[in-house]
Design a protein around this ligand. Structure first.
Ligand SMILES: [Zn+2]
Length: 343
């Protein structure tokens, strides 16, 4: 882990040689400044806090290649190049033994404040605060495949306007993990943009088009007429496997798993599902294999699901998202999130 380096914008030769070539030549986490038409106003794009989420860096690169002058001075910060550059490239969220940088923006424990990762996030935050920017966006990719969405902790016009520059959906969360967007405040809004899966070709388009709008728009503090309508999803429930339980992804019930989900379950990402929709199959533990958490505590899994024979069914209309089909992620993180339909 390293300090923040102020570096010049890539020149024409570097732009022609490409992002990967340029990244390899950088000294560590980098900060670049592009003067705008109005040099007294500032906006900040952060990306690569996670080394395996490259769409934001492609988006920044695409914007710089356009050679346009932004409306206000724009700053681009690419953070975890060390993890991004580690073989085979864009494959590591963070290096083994290093903390997740987007969990280092909370209050550090006494044992953590001297750690280089925490010092880096502290330096980044000092730099952003000193600028007093109009807004900050932090670009990421989801681990599974799926459409883009924004994540915010505040639902007001400034946050919605910022999210609308990139995507059609905004997820409101109350779960505090130590992410950068949790530092949002009354002076400048901060939102996370999940551009879609790192494997999804449209994720780079989301990042490129969003950054272009973010840089060129004269004002970004209100939702302008004619914009797509932003859907705000509130109170997401985190659906996890219960400790010690196993999941399988298969077309029919697995004889060893406590939960079997179809391999193409990602196609349900962000679509409305009606009550009684079958999602998969339960094993001998039934609904005990599933844990549901609303960010404040555990809920009865029966509030979201019911069991019909061995089928796992939705008890009410829901939207599911961040669905994974990676068993390791399902076990270590979660199966998916759910937002219930308004009754
Ligand atoms: Zn991320």
């Amino acid at each position: 882990m390293d300090r923040l380096h102020t570096v010049p914008l890539p020149d024409r030769t570097a732009l022609e040689q490409g992002l990967w070539h340029w990244l390899k030549a950088q000294p560590g986490p980098v900060w670049m400044t592009q003067p705008g038409q109005d040099p007294n106003r500032h906006r900040v794009v952060i990306t690569l806090l996670h080394g395996n989420e490259p769409s934001g860096s492609h988006g920044v690169w695409h914007w710089l290649t356009r050679g346009e002058i932004p409306a206000v001075t724009c700053h681009f910060c690419l953070i975890n190049l060390q993890a991004a550059l580690a073989e085979p490239g864009f494959a590591h969220r963070h290096l083994p033994g290093q903390p997740d940088l987007n969990r280092c923006f909370g209050t550090p424990a006494a044992s953590e404040s001297e750690h280089p990762a925490w010092q880096l996030t502290h330096a980044l935050w000092q730099r952003i605060s000193a600028l007093q920017p109009e807004a900050v966006v932090d670009l990421h990719n989801t681990s599974g495949s799926g459409p883009s969405f924004a994540v915010a902790t505040v639902n007001d016009e400034r946050h919605r306007a910022l999210a609308s520059l990139f995507t059609e959906r905004m997820l409101l969360t109350e779960v505090m993990l130590g992410a950068l967007m949790e530092r949002t405040n009354t002076r400048f809004p901060i939102v996370t943009i999940e551009c879609g899966g790192a494997v999804d070709p449209q994720a780079i388009t989301v990042a490129s088009e969003g950054i272009t709008r973010f840089c060129l728009a004269e004002a970004i503090d209100r939702v302008t007429e004619g914009d797509w309508r932003l859907e705000v999803l509130e109170r997401p429930l985190r659906v996890q496997l219960s400790p010690g339980c196993a999941v399988d992804y298969a077309e029919r019930p697995s004889d060893w798993a406590d939960l079997t989900l179809p391999p193409d379950i990602e196609r349900l990402n962000f679509g409305w599902l009606g009550a009684d929709e079958p999602l998969g199959w339960l094993g001998s533990l039934g609904l005990k294999a599933i844990t549901v958490n609303d960010g404040h505590g555990q809920l009865d899994p029966g509030s979201l699901f019911y069991q019909d024979g061995d089928r796992l069914c939705l008890a009410q209309g829901c939207k599911l998202f961040m669905i994974t089909t990676h068993p390791q992620i399902a076990v270590s993180d979660c199966l998916f999130y759910a937002v219930r339909a308004e009754e």
